[in-house]
Design a protein around this ligand. Sequence first.
Ligand SMILES: Cc1ncc(COP(=O)(O)O)c(C=O)c1O
Length: 462
Amino acid sequence: MDRLVVSGAPAATSSRYPRVMHPLTSPPASIAPTGLDLSALAGPNLTPVLGRYFERSWSHGIGHRLFDTDGRSYLDFANGIAVSALGHSHPAVTKAIHEQVDRLIVPTGAMGYAEPVVRLAVELAATFPEPLDTVLFLNSGSEAIEGALKLARRTTGRAGIVAFKGGFHGRTLGATSVTSSAMNYRAGYEPLLPGVHLLPFPAVYRDFDGDEKRATAVCLAALHDLVRTTIPAEGIGSILIEPIQGEGGYYPAPAPFLRALRAFSSEHGIVLIADEIQTGYGRTGRMWAFEHAGIVPDVVCVAKAIANGLPLSAIISRRELQERWGRGAHGTTYGGNPVACAAGLAVLATIRSEHLVENAAARGAELVRGLEAIAAEDPRIGDIRGSGLMIGIEFVKDRHTKEPNGALVEALMAGCADAGLLVLSCGRDHNVIRLIPPIDVSPAEVGEALGILDRTLASLPG
Ligand SMILES: Cc1ncc(COP(=O)(O)O)c(C=O)c1O
């Protein structure tokens, strides 16, 4: 099916989208395919609790490709769910990790200071607008959310928390309490944290027929109704929101909605928390997604991409807030590991020197143009949305009824993987394909991914 025109895609020869090799695509001779079936080896010992998109056995990652144990390579547009923003084995990140491993591995947060930790705090703070200048390093996204909720509760003395339906903030008990992107995250864990109020999120395409103004008005009315009927604004300590909902379906919050939340929080002394755990570090075409709305939250939670795969998260706020939180009010054993922070420094330096925020915006625009060309010929695509390189494609059985087509998404994910492209699903009905390539993805790789998506989709019935 020849229905796609992509600017920046390689010129057609015998194959319209020839496989483009990253400079590092050939595995070093020392990494030979083992041929192991790791799912069989895991047998009865590895937990059945973790959800998995694939049952494949992975060997290594080089550049923008993951390799399975049979030596087959896959263009990786999943990246451990938006974690390896610079792809795999990026030379600068790997070098920084190696050097730090030889110098100091153990966390020294409770003993004093370690150079990469201090330097990353300085560099990370510099990526935020004033007055956000103070960084607390932790380990995971959930832990950052827990910390932010505790910060808000202690500094305001208020127990109320407002979060939004369809949001995903993690799996610890506090983070679970503010998560509602799927029932499986909550069911059986009640009673959850008291004082949480889940309000409608302005999911413009799905719930408001594409009417952003109405989405914003209805969701703000729900907030005003909450403080009129259920809890006074002075009882709310925090409002927590993903500027672009991730697991919930890659729904951007309209800028006017974020601005209204900012104004409401300021008026009532509420701590506005932005969960930038999936959007973070240049992915959306700005360093941080809240910048698109021209707001500055009180607290920002970051994780995932900041150390390109090593566990590291952080809470960023103005200094006065963390001073009021108080020494010893929160803590961590592993948070701010020197090796993870050294990786983080290399990631930030690379984002700057290679202009990757701009690359995310440009490549994202190319991806959207290519997807729109596919959608023009395939009515099963209901909506294409997102920002920069955080793009959702929503699949429906009918564009008018918008009945979700999760079965097609499942088949598309599997078919793309068979064809050498890794993409993931999201959304409450699992009917959204999310594209989260590395932010240093090339035009040729964008073209390659579009070609695989196009051909695979065209080959699938229903
Ligand atoms: C927006 C968002 N918040 C929080 C989390 C939780 O992070 P973690 O899995 O590191 O605890 C995630 C993870 O997917 C996320 O996407």
